[in-house]
Design a binder for this molecule. Structure first.
Ligand SMILES: Nc1ncnc2c1ncn2[C@@H]1O[C@H](COP(=O)(O)OP(=O)(O)OP(=O)(O)O)[C@@H](O)[C@H]1O
Ligand SMILES: [Mg+2]
Length: 452
């Protein structure tokens, strides 16, 4: 494409005589875009769209122009609209990936980028892949035949393709190692541990067995830790599943991965199957207007329902920082029927956590109550950082003077005062969801915590 001001002038001249010539206007818009004249390009795209409002290429052009000007929100609106259309161009997925990355949703950006390049290899962008941290993923071996049939990618899998099982662990921690959270522990016992141990009793009372528990709350407050402790509590295996274990750029593979993880959990029962950051996997189907993720969600739902094979003996737990992004279909009974808020530890729980963290370490008489008082809003992870840093300082001191000295209240307080609690930021956004998207009082616990 020759991109000189002369070209632009000539195109504008021609358009004067046939203003409704959409291909011509589109060409002008593209020229302007390539010359980085974004405002003018935007104008031409808008004009062209007035004549041909449904045109996907024009919409993608407009979204691109918005993006280039840093108008991310309108760009996202256009892209989301575009993703709904049957003939959505691959470039739209790529731009969506850029927008997602921009918004900090890295995993989703990765999956959108993979999808884009799976539809159209030629739009692969090495720099962008670098930023996503997936530039080393070279395209698969030649011996795999991938073809696009009816808009779907058909994959023939090489013999050495690994099917993930999730990583099976046997956790050494139990509920005793988790400070506070008494009500949550009780819920877990009542809802999933007892039914596992005494299924007849539950049936006799006409209670249905099954369904998982979703834990949500600010980061670092023990969701993952508690899930692991649940497995330790009943001496079962623990299978932690992250989004990377499941999502795969090849159409159909993600569903297969998910199925094989559930099958593995059923085969090693009793087991705790734990989905960490489940919102990335089970994001609202209307948010993710992309058919492939819808298929993963549907697969997930039917695995949870135990449609083909029973989930008896498999305790299902999931955790998220953003429950509001979860597809509401997951909240039905037999799926994640209990949604439990895991708040930052209260004063008593902080004492318990500090005691747990300091046990086995050389300490002098420590005033745990006082430290607890000075660490309001601290998460369990924050408290762990306080203890870790204090221990490290002590160690350095000991190396210097050659005599080990016990940890003191003062040591811990001095570290605590230098650390900012990490939970506050989460509450800033959670508060809005609790106020304005609190269907059925789902987030009442957040409001209660905030004393609102
Ligand atoms: N109640 C608790 N009792 C004991 N230790 C805790 C508790 N809460 C948090 N911790 C400590 O903090 C660490 C981080 O907690 P964890 O990873 O479970 O948080 P999380 O809620 O899963 O966070 P994220 O949302 O970021 O995944 C744990 O490994 C544990 O050492
Ligand atoms: Mg976690």
């Amino acid at each position: 494409m020759t991109t000189s001001p002369n070209t632009v002038r000539a195109l504008r001249e021609a358009l004067k005589f046939s203003p409704d010539n959409v291909p011509l206007r589109q060409h002008l818009a593209e020229v302007l875009l390539s010359m980085e004249q974004y405002t003018e390009a935007e104008q031409e795209y808008r004009q062209a769209l007035m004549f041909k409002p449904g045109d996907t290429i024009l919409k993608l052009g407009l979204a691109t122009v918005f993006f280039q000007q840093g108008k991310y929100s309108p760009s996202l609106v256009v892209i989301e609209d575009l993703l709904k259309s049957a003939d959505c161009p691959a470039g739209a997925y790529l731009l969506h990936a850029r927008l997602l990355l921009n918004a900090g949703a890295i995993q989703q950006a990765v999956s959108q980028y993979r999808y884009a390049t799976a539809i159209d290899e030629s739009i692969a962008d090495k720099d962008f892949a670098d930023r996503l941290g997936i530039s080393n993923e070279v395209l698969r071996e030649q011996d795999e035949v991938n073809e696009i049939v009816d808009g779907k990618i058909r994959v023939s899998i090489g013999a050495d393709t690994q099917i993930p099982n999730g990583n099976i662990e046997s956790p050494q921690i139990s509920f005793r190692d988790v400070g506070g959270m008494d009500t949550v522990k009780d819920e877990i016992r009542l809802k999933i541990i007892y039914p596992l141990k005494q299924p007849e009793l539950y049936r006799a009372y006409g209670k249905t067995i099954g369904g998982g528990i979703l834990l949500y709350g600010p980061p670092g407050c023990g969701k993952t830790y508690l899930a692991r402790a649940t497995a330790g509590e009943i001496n079962s295996s623990f299978i932690a599943v992250g989004i990377n274990d499941i999502l795969d750029m090849w159409l159909g593979n993600s569903e297969r991965n998910l199925h094989s993880i559930f099958e593995n959990a059923r085969a090693s029962k009793p087991s705790v199957l734990f989905f960490d950051e489940v919102d990335a996997l089970a994001a609202n189907r209307t948010d993710m207007r992309q058919s492939s993720s819808r298929m993963v969600i549907n697969q997930f739902l039917s695995e949870l329902d135990g449609v083909k094979t029973s989930n008896e003996g498999v305790l299902i737990l999931a955790a998220t920082n953003a429950p509001w992004h979860l597809d509401p279909a997951f909240r039905r009974p037999s799926r994640f029927s209990r949604i439990l808020f895991i708040p930052p530890p209260d004063a008593r729980a902080r004492v318990e956590i500090l005691l747990l963290l300091c046990s086995g370490k050389p300490v002098s008489a420590i005033d745990y109550e006082l430290i607890s008082k000075k660490t309001e809003h601290f998460s369990g992870a924050d408290l762990k950082a306080v203890v870790d840093i204090a221990v490290e300082r002590k160690l350095q001191e000991a190396i210097k003077i050659g005599i080990p000295k016990p940890l003191t209240t003062k040591d811990l307080l001095s570290v605590a005062s230098s650390i900012k609690p990490s939970t506050k930021e989460w509450f800033q956004s959670a508060r809005n969801y609790a106020l304005y998207a609190n269907e059925g009082g789902l987030y009442d616990d957040i409001l209660k915590y905030l004393k609102m």
